[in-house]
Design a protein around this ligand. Structure first.
Ligand code: HMG
Ligand code: MG
Length: 302
């Protein structure tokens, strides 16, 4: 066991968390969530996506949200850019990092971004080149790294292939994503090992949806490999519009509670984080999807 002493969490709540919401969430609410997350000590926030508004209407206000954020020094703001059109639209918003998102399964690639894996890499290449020329960091997400809603189990070889292709076009960091939350610790470790064949320990992260309640266990399994970067979602919000039935990412609150309990530093103030999750949950008129948040809010009420 080589547990890290410090972990970096990227809160993807404003993007992954809200992209699947059916009701309109005004830009000012999204901005309010980002502000509360940075106040709670998050230093990386995935804010929005520059994708087709026909495909993901909730992200149509990407530029407005980015423009409304009072940037806090030391915080990095990332956005999703699936193609050159998205990248060019994102540039005036001055993202610190862009995310290209591919998949380890062909069927999911087609459903999510309307092209094959090979075509997606061709589309990403000029985006990556453009970003790196401008000094913008580039992350790649590898969706369906353990299971696909259309193809079922996904072999680690598929993850290895996408990691290799992403490495070849200059993607600097890859996130191993269990899009539908079907992974269990050994499977997720195998997918992570596949990515680690092309990326170093400092260049990988875990992105685990919690559909089957495995995401905290999967996070711990990756911590035991020395992985120290994870995407999590405030109040456990989220899901992908092209992965029906998949629920949100593991709640940031639950991961922070676990890490702090293990003596691992995150730089995050759990109480303020609970407030951030409560803020967005109140807007959405449902309780936060986080056990730690529920427990702490009950304690406060008592
Ligand atoms: P397409 O239809 O193949 O694109 O979509 P196209 O190039 O043929 O263009 C068709 C139309 O879309 C045109 O407009 C383009 O201008 C427009 P029209 O002439 O019909 O009016 N268009 C765009 N508009 C705005 N921004 C753009 C853009 N590109 C084209 N960037 C595309 C391809 C990728 C755009 C589309 O499939 C799409 O937007 N997909 C959305 C995918 C998405 O956002 N999924 C959710 C995020 S990924 C995720 O959640 C997984 C992750 O969390 C990890 C995990 O958990 O697995 C990251
Ligand atoms: Mg996701």
């Amino acid at each position: 066991m080589q547990l890290p002493i410090r972990v970096k969490l990227v809160d993807v709540g404003p993007r992954d968390g809200l992209q699947n919401e059916k009701g309109h969430v005004p830009a000012e609410v999204k901005i309010g969530l980002v502000h509360r997350l940075q106040e709670a000590g998050l230093t990386e926030i995935e804010v929005t996506s520059f994708v087709s508004p026909k495909w993901v209407p909730q992200m149509a206000d990407a530029a407005e949200v980015m423009a409304g954020i009072h940037r806090k020094p030391g915080v990095r703001y990332s956005v999703l850019t699936p193609n050159l059109k998205g990248f060019e639209a994102a540039l005036p918003s001055r993202p610190d990092e862009i995310v290209v998102f591919g998949a380890a399964s062909e069927a999911f690639s087609r459903k999510n971004i309307n092209c094959s894996i090979a075509e997606s890499i061709e589309r990403f290449a000029p985006v990556v080149e453009g970003a790196r020329a401008k000094g913008i960091a580039v992350r790649g997400a590898i969706s369906t790294a353990v299971g696909c809603p259309y193809e079922g189990d996904v072999a680690p070889d598929r993850v290895e292939l996408v990691a290799r292709l992403m490495k070849e076009i200059g993607v600097q960091h890859v996130g191993v994503a269990d899009t539908i939350g079907v992974g269990t610790p050994r499977k997720v470790q195998a997918a992570m090992e596949a990515a680690l064949r092309h990326y170093g320990l400092d260049e990988v992260s875990g992105h685990f949806h919690d559909t089957y309640g495995q995401a905290l266990g999967n996070t711990l399994a990756c911590l035991e490999m020395g992985v120290w970067q994870f995407d999590t979602s405030s109040a456990g919000l989220g899901g992908c519009p092209y992965a029906k039935g998949a629920t949100g990412n593991v709640a940031t609150e639950d991961v922070v509670y676990m890490l702090h309990g293990m003596g691992i530093d995150t730089g995050i103030d759990l109480d303020k984080l609970i407030d951030a999750g409560k803020f967005i949950s109140d807007f959405l008129q449902r309780p936060p999807n986080s056990r730690a948040s529920t427990a702490i809010l009950n304690k406060r009420a008592g």
